[in-house]
Design a protein around this ligand. Sequence first.
Ligand code: NDP
Length: 434
Amino acid sequence: EQRNPAQPEFHQAVHEVLESLAPVLAAHPRYAEAGLIERLCEPERQVMFRVPWQDDHGRVQVNRGFRVEFNSALGPYKGGLRFHSSVNLGVIKFLGFEQIFKNALTGLGIGGGKGGSDFDPHGRSDAEVMRFCQSFMTELYRHIGEHTDVPAGDIGVGGREIGYLFGQYRRITNRWEAGVLTGKGQGWGGSLIRPEATGYGNVLFAGAMLNERGEDFEGQTVVVSGSGNVAIHTIEKLRALGANPVTCSDSSGYVVDEKGIDVELLKQVKEVERGRVDTYAERRGASARFVPGGSVWDVPADVALPSATQNELDENAAAALIRNGVKAVSEGANMPTTPPAVHLFQQAGVAFGPGKAANAGGVAVSALEMAQNHARTSWSARRVEDELTHIMNDIHATCHETAERYGSPGDYVTGANIAGFERVADAMLAQGVI
Ligand code: NDP
């Protein structure tokens, strides 16, 4: 903490991983002898830069850009870009650190990185977003490349932003290098099922946890937070499996819809009109109501899938979910559950899927997008979804098996941290002190 002051999210993410690693370090002293923990906690490279741009009134705005290239032992740095007013170096470092282990769990040969800006796209025109993205890429392009570092989307960065970023990269470098960014549009290098992959993947992971208990999603009531890319596709997959997702939310409040969230209406409001969830409730009619502020976790449910942002589910929320009989919680977002809330779930016997395992479907399909780009081909939606299903089941099995091997059966947090660590640590050991 002295070495990295004022980075609480980064400290939280590191503590959570290191807590799990004690039995591995005790069993295999070679990791500690090689200084692996110290090396893992220090990013290989961190870039911070000025992003000046002009708004629609001709005023000059200045934001800050970040790219943290954390670890490339397993492959090129890979991880999204986040545009949100809360972004700072500590937030990007926490996300980049998590990404190392998540990417290792996919088994796909990708290192860990993350980037973004404190730019807030809410209420900005398309032209402003484009000028911002062009300015951001005018610095970022020197640090990325298909064999070096491959960014993707995250909060505030979807298909529109990836398009503007790719256009500027192509213009500056004079190269049509599809593999430099993932989450691209259909028809110019994007993979089918990439937009859906994180949400679908989390539902697959949660489904595998339910199967362990002899259950599935059919007929289960589910609370979902957020209303962005991850939440929308989580809700879509839940409906396809016969579950009843009854909520969605944004930073203004949440919606409860007794009939289950209507995915087409939610997509229209959020993706086409770029509106808010209260508009969804207004249009949906009697079954739905909007609750300003408040906690979506007060809504009774069998399963909870937090899909908005970090630390959105604290111990009060966890206690409310447990009181209402929740059986499984699986993280679509990165680190949405605070450490005390995770402990409460584990004590209560609730199956808990940590984000670095449960939401790895997005980055996994990004790696499949890179593979398609490299081969200059594109796969059918069916093929990509089959691969995604296979990868998520594999991640679930790996976490489950690793937790058992280290004496913590059913503890997916321990399983994910140790399994991810072993893959990265072994590669680092083999590659020497670098
Ligand atoms: P989007 O920008 O598409 O959506 C984010 C959603 O979360 C919005 O509904 C937003 O509401 C809400 N939200 C964001 N910040 C806050 C906040 N501080 N307080 C309350 N609500 C907030 O992002 P994604 O759906 O892509 O990402 C959601 C989460 O999933 C993030 O944690 C991200 O890191 C994680 N993730 C995403 C992946 C992907 O493939 N996109 C892959 C793996 C993880 P509002 O509009 O009001 O801000």
